[in-house]
Design a protein around this ligand. Structure first.
Ligand SMILES: Cc1ncc(COP(=O)(O)O)c(C=O)c1O
Length: 436
């Protein structure tokens, strides 16, 4: 069907939602025709403190009244304060910050620092990863985005993701024992030209289907990196600032990365990102001529928003809240799993939860069409849900409401999801019966 709204727009993904948004507040968005929709994707997983939080509005307003943007060599109070605040939130030796705008950019900067520091260029990522769609980040994004754009950055290698529900090396079933990590490093090593620079990983692989690595995975990954003189880069675009029930995902295993990239969840909807590393790496890179000047590096307005987000997370106890609400959400989804054969797996940490739809529990064939139909039925009933795609597979809901979500909102979402599943299954049965 032709969508008149597309007349002046480049269609950058798989199409637009059949609604136009007028405003957003907390866990809710409101359309121009007055419908209220519960947002269980936090926009693009950015609005962790809820849409349009008054503290962010106030911080942006203050910037509008004072200073929005500056030449990149001029610093302002919000940038200095954000850098200091980030360092205070992080463990040693992460004490040097560059303030940027997007998640892809934060990773690009992480790779530039890692390359300059090690003098090598090969970057290893995980299959089903998503690190952004700029060239360097795309090269180690293995869930999508490669076909059709010509050569990627040389030296990008993949490790099989610790996806226990569908083990990529057909080794375990349900519980990962990290054999994929050992086998993966062996493969990487044999392909390498001797220039292994860094491993980049999300603490939970979000866009790839909410894959939660097993306990010990990152400790072992860290050892494997150290044995080869590689740096560990953690990409906490989605997991940073509380979503997993910890301030940062890397804390869950006590493995501190050499370089940390944060973005989405730092700005609460305003484009701010940061790459953080140690003084030792920063000094070495600066001595080697590190360069990363962009139009919006160290901009005051996004920095002010980032500061407000960290304030809200601390003042409203959102880290602990994510843990509690997440446990409740998972328990409600497990109830749904008992009544629907098609809910194959429920997994996650804090308020980053995956629900994988299958044709049946034994065969586990991904139920992609059902997922698409349930998404439509949810939206019709006032719940925004998101299926993520990795390669050919698109059957996993990634559920990530704002950390401020209430138990009543979770109950309402579960009611809608249950109804949407029933309705999509009934209409599938009807069309199958009609075709028979
Ligand atoms: C883990 C991760 N890293 C990086 C990115 C890219 O961020 P951006 O879209 O802001 O460039 C994303 C976006 O979804 C992400 O999920």
């Amino acid at each position: 069907m032709h969508d008149e709204r597309e007349r002046f727009l480049i269609r950058y993904a798989a199409g637009f939602a059949p609604l136009t948004v007028a405003r957003a507040d907390g866990s809710w968005i409101e359309t121009t025709d007055g419908r209220r929709i519960l947002d269980f994707t936090s926009g693009q997983i950015c609005s962790t403190v809820g849409h349009n939080h008054p503290r962010i509005v106030e911080a942006v307003q203050r910037s509008l009244d004072t200073v929005v943007h500056l030449n990149s060599w001029m610093l302002s109070e919000p940038v200095l304060a954000l850098a200091e605040r980030l360092v205070a939130t992080l463990p040693e030796p992460l004490d040097k910050v560059i303030v940027l705008n997007t998640g892809s950019e934060a990773n690009e900067v992480a790779f530039k620092l890692a390359k300059l520091h090690t003098g090598r260029f090969e970057v290893v990522g995980l299959t089903r990863s998503f690190h952004g769609l700029l060239a360097g980040a795309t090269s180690v994004t293995f869930s999508m985005g490669h076909a059709g754009y010509g050569p990627l950055v040389p030296g990008a290698f993949a490790l099989p993701a610790p996806y226990a529900y569908r083990c990529p090396i057909r080794h375990c079933d349900g519980t990962c024992d990290c054999a994929c990590l050992e086998a993966g490093f062996e493969l990487v090593e044999q392909q390498s030209v001797g220039a292994l620079c860094a491993l980049v990983a999300e603490p939970v692989l979000s866009a790839g289907g909410v894959i939660v690595p097993p306990e010990g995975y990152f400790r072992r990954a860290r050892e494997l990196c150290e044995e080869r003189g590689m740096l560990l880069v953690m990409d906490e675009a989605q997991t940073g600032f509380g979503r997993l029930g910890a301030m940062f995902g890397f804390e869950l295993e006590g493995v501190v990365p050499d370089i940390l990239a944060v973005s989405k969840t730092l700005g609460g909807g305003v484009p701010v990102a940061a790459t953080v590393t140690s003084t030792a790496i920063e000094e070495d890179c600066v001595a080697k001529g590190f360069l990363h000047v962009t139009s919006h590096v160290s901009d005051p307005l996004p920095s002010a928003a980032g500061l407000a987000v960290i304030d809200v997370i601390e003042e409203e106890g959102l880290v602990e809240r994510a843990r509690r609400q997440g446990e409740y959400l998972i328990s409600r989804l497990q109830e749904l799993q008992e009544s629907h054969e098609q809910v194959g797996d429920v997994r996650g940490r804090g308020l980053l939860v995956g629900v994988e739809l299958v044709e049946d529990r034994d065969g586990k064939a991904p139920a992609d069409a059902l997922g698409a139909a349930v998404t439509v039925e949810c939206l019709r009933r006032g719940l925004s849900m998101n299926i993520v795609r990795s390669g050919q597979q698109a059957n996993c809901f990634r559920i990530a409401p704002p950390l401020s979500v209430t138990l009543n909102e979770i109950d309402l979402a579960m009611e809608i999801l249950d109804e949407a599943l029933r309705s999509a299954l009934e209409s599938r049965e009807r069309s199958r019966a009609g075709a028979a």
